[in-house]
Ligand binder design. Structure first.
Ligand code: SF4
Ligand code: SF4
Length: 108
C-alpha cells in the first residue's frame, strides 16, 4: 500500500497514518530486538582488556558485566541488534563484527 503524501504539509495530527506505538516506558526488554541483526559481535578474549568501554557505549544494554569484567556470556543476542558500535569503540580492536551464520573459526 502506498500513502498519498502529496498534501502532507497540510495534514492535521489525526490525518497521519498510525505507526508503531510504545504503550509504556521501558518495555524494550519485552521484545526480541536482536531478531533483525545481520552481523553479530565476536570478542577476542585474548586481546580484550576488560576496560568495559563497549558496555558503556552499547545503545541496547546488550552487554553483560560480572565481577567488574565482561561476563562469559558477554552479549545478549536477544537484544544486540548488530549496530557495531562496540566494535568501533573498542580501543584494542578486540571485537569483530561477523555475519550471522558464519563459521566463527574462520574469523579467529
Ligand atoms: S571495549 Fe574492547 S577491550 Fe574493552 S571490554 Fe569491550 S571488548 Fe574488551
Ligand atoms: S553490536 Fe551494537 S547492540 Fe550489539 S552489543 Fe555491540 S553495541 Fe550493543
Amino acid at each position: 500500500m502506498r500513502w498519498d503524501i502529496s498534501k502532507m504539509n497540510t495534514w492535521k495530527a489525526e490525518e497521519f497514518p498510525r505507526g508503531a506505538m510504545i504503550p509504556q516506558a521501558g518495555n524494550s526488554c519485552d521484545y526480541v530486538t536482536g531478531g533483525w541483526r545481520s552481523d553479530r559481535p565476536w570478542r577476542n578474549v585474548e586481546t580484550c582488556t576488560n576496560c568495559l568501554i563497549c558496555w558503556i557505549f552499547c545503545p541496547d544494554s546488550a552487554i553483560a558485566v560480572q565481577d567488574e569484567k565482561l561476563a562469559d556470556e558477554w552479549v545478549n543476542l536477544d537484544h544486540c541488534k548488530g549496530c557495531g558500535i562496540c566494535a568501533n569503540e573498542c580501543p584494542v580492536e578486540a571485537i569483530t563484527m561477523v555475519p550471522e551464520g558464519c563459521d566463527i573459526s574462520e574469523v579467529k
